[in-house]
Design a protein around this ligand. Structure first.
Ligand code: ZN
Length: 281
C-alpha cells in the first residue's frame, strides 16, 4: 500500500479519535480579569483540544519516515470503517466553512467582513436611524474588529468547533469566546474615547437588522444571549484595565514544539510495533 495513503488513513482515524476524546474537556476559564486577557484565554481554550491530535499526527509522521514506500502493510476492515465517521465530520466542517463564506451579508446592520482584507459595512437604514454619537461608537467598535482581523479568527474558530461536532463543550467554548470577544472590543473602543452609553445605544439600535444574519462577520451585536449583561456593562464606568503581563505565548509554543519533536522521534524509533498492532485489527 502507498505510504502516504496509509499515513492519511491512520491520521484521520487516530487524530480524529484524539480530537473527539479531548473535545469533551469543559475548558472553563474562571476568575475576573481584564477583558482582553479573558478573550485571549478563551481563544487558547478553544484551540487546546487540537494539541493532542497534532501530537498523534507528529508521532505518525515519525513512523512514516521510518517506513519504505510502498509499505508492506494494509489497513484492516475495522480501522477502515473507523475512518469513515471522522472523514464525514471533516467534510461537513469544510462544507460549512465554505458555505459561511458564500452566504449573503445583507442582513447585518453594521459588521466587519472579509477574511484577508476586513471592511466595515453599514446598512443605510441603520445609518439613518442612529444618531451621530451612536454611529461613531458603532464604527469605533467595528474598527477594533478590523484591527484584530476578527472575521478570520471567527471563521477559523467556527471550523475547529465544527470538527468537534456534536460535543456540547466545544460549542460552549466557541460561544463563550464570542461573548468575551465583544466585551474586549467594547472596552478597546471605550478606552479610545467612546462613551459606553453611545455604544449601548448603537447595539440596541442595530438589533433588529441582525436577527436573520449569516455568513462570516464580526458584528456589533455579537451573541444575542449575552446582550443584556453586555448592555448593563456598557452603562457602568469602564472597568479598570491595569497593565497585565502578556500570556506566555513563546513558552507555550516552545513547549508544544518540544512535545511534537519528541512525538516524531518516538514514532520514528518506536512506532512500528504500535502501528503494526493497529493494522492487525
Ligand atoms: Zn462586535
Amino acid at each position: 500500500m502507498e505510504r502516504e495513503t496509509l499515513l492519511t488513513m491512520l491520521s484521520i482515524f487516530l487524530c480524529g479519535l484524539a480530537l473527539h476524546l479531548f473535545a469533551i474537556w469543559p475548558g472553563r476559564v474562571r476568575g475576573q480579569t481584564a477583558s482582553r486577557r479573558l478573550e485571549r484565554l478563551h481563544w487558547l481554550a478553544l484551540w487546546w483540544p487540537t494539541a493532542p491530535a497534532l501530537t498523534v499526527a507528529a508521532w505518525l509522521c515519525g513512523w512514516a519516515l521510518s517506513q519504505p514506500d510502498p509499505v508492506p502493510n494494509h489497513v484492516g476492515h475495522l480501522v477502515f470503517m473507523a475512518t469513515v465517521p471522522f472523514t464525514l465530520l471533516g467534510g461537513r466542517a469544510l462544507v460549512r466553512a465554505a458555505w459561511s463564506l458564500w452566504r449573503s451579508p445583507r442582513n447585518y446592520g453594521i459588521a466587519t467582513m472579509g477574511l484577508l482584507r476586513p471592511q466595515i459595512v453599514i446598512a443605510p437604514e441603520l445609518a439613518q436611524t442612529l444618531d451621530e454619537r451612536a454611529l461613531r461608537a458603532a464604527v469605533a467598535h467595528e474598527r477594533t474588529h478590523v484591527r484584530h482581523r476578527d472575521p478570520l479568527r471567527i471563521w477559523l474558530a467556527q471550523f475547529v468547533t465544527d470538527l468537534q461536532w456534536p460535543w456540547f463543550p466545544a460549542r460552549r467554548r466557541f460561544t463563550d469566546w464570542l461573548a468575551t470577544l465583544e466585551l474586549a472590543r467594547d472596552d478597546e473602543a471605550r478606552a479610545a474615547g467612546i462613551e459606553g452609553e453611545d455604544l449601548a445605544a448603537a447595539v440596541l439600535g442595530s438589533v433588529r437588522f441582525q436577527l436573520e444574519g449569516g455568513g462570516v462577520a464580526a458584528t456589533l451585536i455579537g451573541q444575542p444571549s449575552a446582550l443584556p449583561a453586555r448592555i448593563a456593562r456598557l452603562l457602568r464606568p469602564l472597568p479598570e484595565n491595569p497593565p497585565e503581563r502578556e500570556l506566555p505565548y513563546l513558552v507555550v509554543a516552545g513547549g508544544l514544539g518540544l512535545v511534537w519533536s519528541a512525538a516524531t522521534l518516538f514514532g520514528l524509533f518506536c512506532g512500528e510495533r504500535l502501528v503494526g498492532s493497529l493494522l492487525a485489527l
